[in-house]
Design a protein around this ligand. Structure first.
Ligand code: GTP
Ligand code: MG
Length: 198
């Protein structure tokens, strides 16, 4: 998959405000600060396309980016940021859940997990919710530059084991580092394959 162009289209506070288009789209979700916006910038090779921050809770809206004028990447607000108000958390959850359930253009969601940690309760709950709602997703383990290979392998086993307590079959699991530039080819290939299958 060659990315020839990547353009910001709009930020929407609700799935009903999302672009009225026939483009298929791919969304990125995960705990706040896991690296969703940074990954979109890495995938598109545009450092400032999606807004990133070292402080959690940066992305608060549904952000559409047009790729090659033919499909969208979508940056979503993260879940589970404890330091924001309960009202804000509920509002963000509502935006994301409504979008994931109702957006017809959405063909695949990438659920990002921090490769440094065991599977967190909130991530498991979210993944199981995707399953109950029959929403297709792949998993990406982010920030692998921050741990050793041995730790990474250990965490992959632990995450898979925990998921297998709830799932019979696991989705594809990718690893990524936006700073060390790892994972782009594989993630883009999976998007290409999905687009070709539609
Ligand atoms: P919200 O919008 O708040 O939900 O967060 P987000 O998931 O979009 O995270 P964001 O991309 O803003 O990144 C959060 C922080 O993690 C930033 O300081 C990034 O520089 C850092 N970060 C993201 N990806 C990587 C990575 O692969 N490696 C390292 N070392 N840092 C990363
Ligand atoms: Mg973000």
């Amino acid at each position: 998959m060659i990315i020839k162009s990547a353009t910001f289209i709009c930020s929407s506070a609700d799935f009903k405000q999302c672009p009225n288009s026939t483009f298929f789209e791919f969304a990125f979700i995960g705990r706040s600060n896991v690296g969703k916006s940074t990954l979109i910038n890495y995938l598109t090779n545009k450092k400032k396309l999606a807004k990133t921050s070292s402080t959690p809770g940066k992305t608060q809206l549904i952000n559409h980016f047009s790729i090659n004028d033919s499909w969208y990447l979508v940056d979503l607000p993260g879940y589970g940021y404890a330091k924001t108000s309960k009202k804000n958390r509920e509002q963000l959850k509502h935006i994301v859940v409504d979008y994931l359930v109702n957006r017809k253009n959405l063909k695949l969601t990438f659920v990002l997990l921090d490769s440094r940690r065991e599977l967190q309760k909130i991530d498991l709950e979210f993944i199981n919710w995707m399953g109950i709602n029959e929403l297709p997703f792949y998993i990406i383990l982010t920030k692998i530059d921050k741990i050793s290979k041995a730790e990474l392998n250990q965490n992959i086993v632990s995450i898979k084991d925990k998921l297998l307590e709830h799932w019979i079959k696991l989705p594809p699991i990718f690893i990524s580092s936006s700073s060390k530039k790892i994972g782009r080819k594989e993630i883009l290939a999976s998007i290409k394959k999905t687009l070709e299958s539609l």
